[in-house]
Design a protein around this ligand. Structure first.
Ligand SMILES: C[S@@+](CC[C@H](N)C(=O)[O-])C[C@H]1O[C@@H](n2cnc3c(N)ncnc32)[C@H](O)[C@@H]1O
Length: 359
């Protein structure tokens, strides 16, 4: 067991917030849904704080709509280290005992093996049965970058409603990318050897950004996730520790993750951040700086007339911002300053049916 850092706590808060929205949505139109924790850990941290498996279980069981969610929930926890696996098993047993009678529609399966092996067995089993994985939220949270091959993620999560939330340890990747001694892990991680170009980037191109963009491209291209968002975890010294990547095939998932990201404040000097229009965007709900969004919209739609719906979609899918950051913080000041022309169905605001002309 190890100590819970503020940034790990923030990651857990994110997971909790996201699953709090994902469980009711997915359970309303599926007979079965799966939460898969590929790198589950020992179950608790040093001072007793719950690890990701207990957080996922408890988000469901303590959900205010839990009684109304009639589908079957399968929790699949995979941990390769024997002592951590035993600790996790004990913690899960303890949690079950404390929550008797245990709901019949909640199943927990623990596996003491490597994620890639477990995933391969699952893929083979499903293939033999000519079945596909039920809608799955896969949480992949390794210490480094080995053991999470892109090809396995792609095959396992090929079904439309599957999603991926992965902790991409870019700092480690950056350190080893040109070392030459762990290339097989890196080729697995990316599903390509293009990462080697990191050694010969033109001046001014950041290695971390290059490695970020490559991973994003592979999640889109190889795993076939049309919507991939990422958030950097910035530590106290302003250094990027890791990126959290979320891949989904539904807009609802993008919206849920955005809500979670803007809600969770890591505190302790840590920050979530992303980049847009050449500027850093910090995820903090107080005094949100929407200037990067304003600049991105002006650049994207220069000389065009577009609907409010188009602007909302762009904001949600192609920027780190939420829909609520669009109207009052950005469009209203642009209209007041006479920068944009607005044609609206009513007298005020930006309701559906509004058209905006950009300079
Ligand atoms: C960062 S910790 C996970 C923490 C946990 N997700 C949480 O939030 O509480 C990573 C865990 O993955 C385990 N692990 C390392 N390599 C693995 C692999 N190839 N397959 C499964 N588990 C692995 C480690 O033993 C460790 O417990």
């Amino acid at each position: 067991m190890w100590q819970l850092d503020p940034h790990t706590k923030a990651k857990h808060d994110l997971l909790k917030s996201y699953l709090g929205g994902w469980f009711p949505v997915l359970s309303s139109y599926n007979g079965r849904i799966v939460f898969l924790d590929g790198f589950a850990g020992p179950g608790r941290y040093q001072s007793g704080e719950p690890g990701s498996p207990l957080i996922a279980l408890d988000t469901l069981l303590s959900h205010s709509y839990f009684d109304k969610m009639k589908c079957e929930f399968l929790f699949f926890f995979c941990e390769s280290k024997k002592d951590r696996f035993e600790s996790l098993t004990q913690q899960i047993e303890g949690y079950k005992e404390a929550n008797q009678p245990w709901p019949k529609n909640v199943k927990v399966q623990l596996v003491n093996s490597e994620f890639s092996e477990t995933a391969t067995n699952l893929i083979d089993h499903l293939r033999n049965q000519k079945r596909r994985l039920a809608p799955t939220f896969a949480f992949v949270d390794p210490f480094g970058f080995s053991g999470l091959p892109m090809s396995i993620l792609a095959e396992l999560l090929s079904f439309d409603s599957c999603e991926l939330f992965v902790n991409y340890m870019v700092d480690h990747v950056n350190r080893f990318a040109t070392a030459g001694n762990v290339d097989h892990h890196l080729v697995d991680l990316f599903g390509t050897n293009e990462y080697k170009q990191v050694g010969s980037l033109p001046p001014g191109v950041s290695r971390q950004q290059f490695l970020h963009d490559l991973y994003e491209r592979q999640l889109t291209g190889v795993c076939n996730f049309p919507y991939v968002q990422s958030f950097a975890m910035i530590n106290k010294t302003g250094h990027i520790g890791y990126y959290l990547f979320h891949g989904t095939r539904g807009i609802k998932g993008v919206e849920l993750m955005k809500e979670a990201m803007w809600k969770v404040d890591p505190g302790g000097g840590f920050k979530f951040s992303d980049r847009l229009a050449g500027q850093d965007v910090l995820f903090t709900d107080s005094a949100v700086d929407t200037d990067p969004l304003r600049r991105a919209l002006l650049a994207q739609y220069s000389g065009r007339r577009v609907s409010i719906t188009t602007l909302e979609q762009f904001t949600l899918i192609h920027t780190p911002y939420k829909k609520t950051h669009l109207r009052k913080p950005v469009l209203t000041p642009l209209e007041r300053a006479g920068v944009i022309q607005v044609q609206r169905p009513g007298r005020s605001g930006f309701p559906d049916g509004t058209w905006i002309t950009f300079p």
